[in-house]
Design a binder for this molecule. Sequence first.
Ligand code: ATP
Length: 898
Amino acid sequence: METLLDKHWHHIEESEAFQLLGTSFEKGLDQFEAEQRLKHFGENVITGKRAKTGLERFLLQFHQPLVYILIAAGLVTAYLGEWVDSLVILAVVFVNSIVGYIQESKAVRALDSLSSSMSTEATVFRAGKPLKIPTSQIVPGDVVILRSGDKVPADLRIVSLKELRIDESTLTGESLPVDKAANSLLPETVLAERKNMAYAGTLVSFGQGRGIVVATGNKTEIGRISGLIDSADELETPLTQKITRFSHMLLIAILVLASASFVLGLLRNEPVNEIFMAAVALAVGAIPEGLPAAVTIILALGVSRMAARKAIIRKLPAVETLGGTTVICSDKTGTLTENQMTVQSVLSGGLSYSITGTGYGFEGSVKSNDDHAGDNKSLDECFRAGLLCNDANIHHKDGRSGVEGDPTEGALIVSARKYGLHPDKEHAEFKRIDELPFESEWQYMATLHEKDGSRVVYLKGAVEKVLECCMDSMLASGETSSLNMEEIVEAQRGMASNGLRVLAFARKDLPADGELVRTDACMGMTFVGLQGMIDPPREEAKAAIAACQHAGVKVKMITGDHALTAEAIGLRLGLRGGDCSIGKDCPVMTGSEIAELNDSELIEKVPGIPVFARVSPEQKLRLVMALQKNGEVCAMTGDGVNDAPALKQADIGVAMGITGTEVAKEAADMVLTDDNFATIEAAVEEGRGVFANLVKFIAWTLPTNAGEGLVILAAILFGATLPILPVQILWINMTTAACLGMMLAFEPKEPGIMDRPPRNPSRSILDKVILRRIGIVSALLLVCAFGLFKWELLNGASIEKARTMAVNVFVVIEAFYLFNARSFSRSPFELGFTSNMWVIGGFASMMILQTLFTYTPVMNRLFASAPVDFMDWVKIIVCGVTVYGVVEYDKKRTASDV
Ligand code: ATP
């Protein structure tokens, strides 16, 4: 069997392929055989993907400018004979790398577990039945069904197809989708031209087909080359990049300053040891090297929090962007509405009917609104078309009914059942022999059936589209007459303005050898009726829209549905427009109106319109771009294959987890596991929370660096002994970041986070208030640390004790300032001291560490620290409390600017 997999499958005839792989077109493999093959070939997953190994990740922790400086410092200190210092510095480098490695692994794990939670499924034939299975379970010989929007799950030899087009850009770089064909090819045909093959990882952009699996996992073409591709490092975001750039710039500035102070020291004839240590201390203290890593972790934590609220983040930068979202463009069906369709109104043969009952249960009946009790042949055909031109299934489990497949189609099965048509009987009588599946861009679906040697086409779709295909309509008697457009359009308007989603149905007879081809499927049809179904707005969507509007986030509905239906639903959901100048029935703009506008007109009009109807996926792309040109940060939802460009263009592409195609998910930054608009609002809220915590962390951590830098600079300028040594700076930076700063990542969202307008993306993260606060705390750190250090020395304390005081001042001030940093405007009393227990825990553990640092002989030896007495602690704590008080006072003064 193994050797089989290396064949030129594109050269092999279909029948031979079936034979070689021991499978068949109708039946596929049986379950037992599939299990055996799974054991033999293994799961269909690519294991060779070049993710960085643990060791590589660990070693990369050393690849940072700060670490280079530290290693150099460690070696020079050793050379200078300061063995303890040298060992401590190198040990710190090592510990720092371990901490960095653990933190990064956590972030990677959080992201990995999310990507695996989004495992994909594919439909295969097993023992003659179509079965949805996880793609990992696919084995060679499986017969896979491909539909537009699917990701090809393994390498396939295509055996049947209908207008199948596949986007192979991931594999061949060819950006246009390739038309596929099933006939065999010459052995030397190159990969990009093997039209009868579909390769794993490529995307079906149109049509449908079936293929036999010829290779899985690492044996697939993509599996073979993915060993060469480095898995994308997705841990970088715009913010971490900005911080890294900032750190690098700062590094250069600090190196220049450090060298200058070195030269200054030499000119002053100070001991080389000391000036060298001062230069190292300056570099180590002033560079916030740990910041990018901390930011990544805070973002990764945000990812987990969003996942808990049903929003799966696929790309880390999305967490950051979400908080700044200014407009959300959402689909209607299923996202803003329940997607629980029930047909309520029917027009057929010139008569109108109402249908009772709700949901997918078959209880209910069809009643004429015109006291017409007699036969209506057109009505028979209207329900039959709905039932047969249909790929959904209704299932009843535990007394509840549900739909498998498209809910619109589910509703049509239910209405046909209520009318008295039985699905099994109808399908047996009218054998389906071909189909043109529904694609948003065509807005219809057609199926070809055979009954007693004659053929009939059933068509269903958007009313305008179906009417375009019709030449006449059926009367209740079964005879045909000319189309009464006015009556049909009037009926449609009546249903749509009540928020009903309306589909039209048509049929035509074909000769016994008639075929279904796209070019003439939509010609010469006979109209048989309309069915209007309710799809109630989601209650939670209404509340979420209100919350978004309150938070300054505009919401726009962009739907493929009819303008009147969209408008009615939009009104119920509370969608509001600005000043609108298109038509009277505004604020709805239709796809055809969009088509008439050029780009600059669209840019001008788009802000005032809350509802866009009959929009094609291509127009979604234009809308996103127009919104972005207006300076908006735009989230856009999508589910279909053609939505991918708009999802990619949007600042946050949002795909539907349940109804979305693989193509849409692949293009998206975020996937909603419940397809619900309210989840987007929740994600925006979480995004704001995460961003706020990031800023809090930055505002908390920068004063440490600035303060340390200033203390060292002051010492150099005044020619004083260093108040803190490089190893002590390392101690402060490492312990405070881990025990104190990281606790801000767990800070709950402040109340009122959705009462503010979105963050202006062009505004700097550190605004006036934050910069001021960083300045105040840095200055206080300088004054307190330097002041106490000098005081101790003047009072005859040892240099070790004076330095220990300085270190403790830094740590204690940072610990008190942590409580301030929990909010830029609220005091810890308003927030509740216990509302973030992590901060309390961090504070306590920091104090324990500091006690060890101050009193244990081993730490005294390693870090050149010395015990301090009770009164010294009082002084240190007074410093902490002072900083806390000053910052709280500043909060009160600046509360209105935050
Ligand atoms: P949204 O874009 O908000 O999800 P939608 O589902 O109405 O709304 P599309 O899926 O693009 O958007 O559908 C456009 C139109 O095509 C619908 O209004 C309906 O008239 C028709 N339609 C939808 N589903 C089907 C289907 N399965 N078969 C035939 N026609 C359909």
